[in-house]
Each structure stands twice: as C-alpha cells, then as structure tokens.
Design a protein around this ligand. Sequence first.
Ligand SMILES: [Zn+2]
Length: 390
Amino acid sequence: MHFFYILISMRNFARSNYLALLKEIFLNPGIMRYEMSERLDMSSATVTKYVEMMIRDGIIREADNHKGRKVALTLTKDWYAALGVDIGGYQTRIGMFYADGSFTKLDEVRTPGDPRELMPLIQKYERNADTVGIAVTAVVDAAEQRIFIFANQRTWDGFSFRTAGISKPVFLTTSGNAAAGYEKRFGTLKPYENCMHVMIGTGIQAGLFINNTLVEGANHAAGEFGHVFSTAEAGPCTCGKVGCLENIATISMVQRRLEKQMRDGNLRGTLAMLCGNDPSKMTIDILKRSIAENDPQVMADFKRVTEAIAAALSGIVNVLNPEAVSFGGRMIDVYPGLVNDLQQAVRLTVLESNSKHLTIAAGKEPLLAACIGAALIPMEHRINTFGGTT
Ligand SMILES: [Zn+2]
C-alpha cells in the first residue's frame, strides 16, 4: 500500500513538471532551457529530460535564437489550433490561434440580429480548428454555453451555443474576460499581478486580475464595468438602470451626440465641414481626422467620456488598488489620447495613495485582444489537461 502511494505521487510529480514546462514554453515562445530552469526552480537535468521528450513527440521544436543557435523553444504551430470568435454589439471578428502563439485574422462581419445567421460562418472556419473559443460582449453562462443578457443585441438573449450546430468543442466567455486574458498573458498587463483591462466597443466590459487570478464572481458576471454608475447625465441604459458608463462613454454614444449637435446646426469645426453638415456622412475615419485636427467640439465630447470613465474607475481603483489598468476596443483605436487624458483625470477622482503608482495604458491589441483571448481559453485548457507521455 505504502509503495503504491509513492509510485502514484512520483507520477504526479513528473506530470506536474512536464505541464509546468509545457505551459512556460507556450506563454514565452522562444524561451531557452536555462531560463526555464531558473524560473521554475527545476534542475537542468529535469528540464532537458522533458524538453527532449516533447521534441521527440513533436509537441515543441527548437528554433534559431537571436544569435542563430537552435535553442529557442516554441510549441509546434500545428500541435493545436483554436478558432477565436469575438461577438461584439456591432462587429464580429474571427481568427485562428495556433500553439506557437501566432494568430491569423480570418473574417470580420456586422453582428447579425439573429444569432443563427452567424453560425454558418463559424462552421466554415471551425473545420481547420481543434476547438472553438467564443467571446460575447454579454453576460454569459459559460457552463451552459448560453447568453443571459446581450445589452446591445437583445435578440441574442437566451441563445445557446450548445444547440447551434458547431461540431468542435465550444468554450464560452465574455469579451471583457477574453481581452483581459490576452493582455495579461501576452500584452500590456503581463508584468502586473493586480490589474484590469477595459474594453470599450459598442458596449463596455472589463476583466480583473487579483494576485494573477481572474476574478469571475459568484455568478461568473464579474467585470461588467459598463454598468457601473458614472453620472446621472448618462440617462437610462438598455440594462434597465440609470447612469451606466456604457450609456455615455462608447464611440457609438460619442457619434450619437455629435450627430445630434450637427442636426441642430450647432457644430462648426472640422467634423461638420468634413461631413458637409450631414450627420449620416459621419464615419469612423472622419471622426479620426477631426480628432487629428483638434476640432474643439469633438475634443469637448471626449472630455465628457474621460470624466465619466474616471468617475466609474474611482470606486474600483480605491477599493482594489490595482497596479495597472489597460484600455482596448474601438475607443482606443479612434482616440488613443484617452489614455493620457485618463492618467490626468483619475488624479481628481482617485485617492492619491491609489493613483500615485497606477499605470494607465493602451492594450497591445485594441481591436483583436478579445478574438485572440477567446481562442486562448481552449488552448490553455488543452495544455493544462494534456496527458503527456510521462
Ligand atoms: Zn446599464
């Protein structure tokens, strides 16, 4: 009995070393053996044993490092491929994420009002994938693969991916958590233990890490930053409450306000000129140009956005004292200056002790983080549960 127990724990020990190395190589493509030995506090003999085993099995390969020596380790690209689908309130993005950390964007379409219309596109691309990761800017039930409330596409409420005709295994999450997962592992938030990523598209979602662990909440509904109260000025929200951040600080809300000002004949700057005073002519590109030319009325609207975000952020930063908050989504693509504006604005809304060392930064992939992050979930699941050959 005793002997048997020792045998089992040795097996577990070997397996945990193997998985730790596999995960380290996945998260740090190009890492070298001695670096893993140091980071994981593992003898070089142990590292060599498992690395040789993985190379033999075709799971990892050695590539040239910067000095041209074949010592940099990466997972083999085709070992595993996960399709990432990011379903936003306005746009849906699809791409393929490979085990070596590379990503290929495959498609981008307008999110249809009827969820069934999107399924043929997912079915078309899932053929080349081992699994499918889906992120939705909605409150979701990950275990049941179902959408609870999709504030910007209420026709999707209650939709189940389980019966949607997708043949590969599906992993469902929120766009906020998916984007945060990508930024934490490979992007801007990598150096921080306590941090948050905020995605501002048509809706607003966040993903929060405390001591390197994603906070999911009792009901997997943590991170609904868009429905944090910001200012009464924001008015009634699609969720049924009043004053939600999402109702004032998104690009669609900025456009809506500027269009109204233009209709009322109250716009006189670059934006009005570029649109020929016709609100229907306002595009994202025109909005970007009017920002580049510092149209004072456009900039005044972004100031409202900044103030609303700073107000909503104050509660979270005061309570949790994170080291960093990064921002992504269409908002950062259109107005990258938001990051600097916020750095100033939070000094007025957040305790000095909590804002002094707070880093506010743009995400590494403002438009694709949620799509890559959606695929990362099944990819990590595969690595964490891999049987190996120990
Ligand atoms: Zn709301």
